[in-house]
Design a protein around this ligand. Structure first.
Ligand SMILES: *Cc1c(COP(=O)(O)O)cnc(C)c1O
Length: 381
């Protein structure tokens, strides 16, 4: 299939970046493990490949696929989500400044606080649900407004178009971490962002068996050239096999996301009625404060939710200890449902409520997930 923006999402998910192998006719893509590629007698590279850190067929296919799914012009794949985050900030200069949400993935906060602060890249963490706070945080040297929505672990939603507006008014770029929603549910470039970042480790990989990251850009501009430079010179590239694994999962992304969303809605509805649950954070619930915004900028509400158990940390730990269908583990986006006491993994700086459990709702039958949570909550005092 020729790549085309006019095809619908499901068709792009199957075909973009894929192609029948020209050398063999193989329909499923081969894995190109070779690190190096032969030159012609005249010294040129007849197939365009030189060395796998620069370019690799599996990586190029993945980058093209992700660019198509996000509606961008190009993509750059990395060895992890945080390698992608790091590559974006490596384009900044000492004295530059980033505005980021308070309720941000803790690893992204670590990159800013512990890697880039000592290179004099400043960061201000604000409540991004409050537009005026964001406007006040922007400075003359602000280069990036970082958006993460829905957020982790409170599932707060940020108005992407409004944030992109604030960024552009200040001469900064708007970059969105779209890991929680995936391009199946939300496309930040369509809403005005300049770049999208992904942990392909999560829904794009979809199986909890591959670590990866990506940056997708709206335009092949100077900022994206810096990301490419970080990829090529810094070298945090994914292996051909890891690229192949993510590619293998992309065709099912739209269908997996529909099932993740349907299951999460049922689990959230059950939890909201439960007497031992004090709060459920899921934008798909109609009385959730972010419901209208999520409805405006997402096509569905996602497979992630969190809830707070009455009785704080002890009660939350009891629930996590008693589940049988859910697996107690960090991460998200796989076929299996995961549950996690978030404050424990975020460490001493965490502001996450101690009674909060984060759930990645998987593809099991929703009623089995609900029965499992019901019996686990029965163990709480
Ligand atoms: C997991 C995650 C990351 C980091 O990805 P890694 O592959 O673990 O480095 C970044 N942002 C969000 C929202 C994530 O969930």
């Amino acid at each position: 299939m020729k790549r085309s923006r006019t095809h619908r999402f499901e068709t792009l998910a199957v075909h973009a970046g894929h192609g029948v192998d020209a050398a063999t006719g193989a329909v499923a893509p081969p894995i190109h493990l070779s690190t190096t590629f032969e030159r012609a007698a005249d010294g040129s590279y007849p197939h365009g490949y030189l060395y796998s850190r620069n370019d690799n067929p599996n990586r190029n296919g993945l980058e093209a696929a992700l660019a198509a799914l996000e509606g961008g012009s190009s993509g750059a794949a990395f060895a992890s989500g945080l390698a992608a985050v790091t590559a974006i900030f490596q384009g900044l200069q000492p004295g530059d400044h980033v505005v980021a949400p308070k309720d941000i993935y803790h690893g992204t906060a670590n990159v800013l606080k512990h890697l880039f602060a000592k290179w004099q890249v400043g960061a201000t963490f604000v409540d991004m649900t409050r537009l005026d706070d964001v406007k006040r945080a922007v400075r003359a040297h602000t280069r990036i407004v970082w958006i993460e929505t829905p957020s982790n672990p409170l599932l707060q939603c940020v108005d992407i178009a409004a944030m992109a507006g604030v960024a552009h008014h200040a001469g900064a770029r708007a970059v969105a971490d779209n890991t929680f929603a995936s391009p199946a549910l939300q496309r930040p470039l369509d809403l005005g962002c300049d770049m999208v970042m992904h942990a392909t480790t999560k829904y794009l990989g979809g199986r909890s068996d591959v670590l990866g990251g990506a940056v997708i850009t709206r335009a092949d501009d100077e900022a994206f050239a810096q990301v490419r430079t970080a990829q090529l010179f810094g070298g945090a590239v994914p292996s051909p096999f890891d690229c192949w694994l993510v590619m293998r999962s992309l065709p099912t992304l739209p269908y997996r996301m529909r099932a993740h969303c349907a299951n999460a809605r049922k689990v959230a509805t059950f939890l909201r009625e439960h007497p031992k649950v004090s709060a459920v954070h899921y934008p798909g619930l109609e009385d959730n404060p972010f419901h209208a915004l999520a409805k405006k900028q997402m096509s569905d509400f996602g497979g992630m939710l969190s809830f707070e158990v009455k009785g704080g940390k002890d009660a939350a730990m009891t629930v996590a200890a008693q589940v049988e269908v859910f697996t107690r583990a960090t991460s998200l986006g796989g076929v299996e449902s995961l549950i996690e006491h978030r404050a424990s993994i975020e460490g001493p700086e965490s502001k996450t409520p101690q009674g909060l459990l984060r759930v990645s709702v998987g593809l099991e039958h929703a009623d089995d997930l609900i029965d499992d949570l019901a019996q686990a909550l029965d163990h709480c005092a």
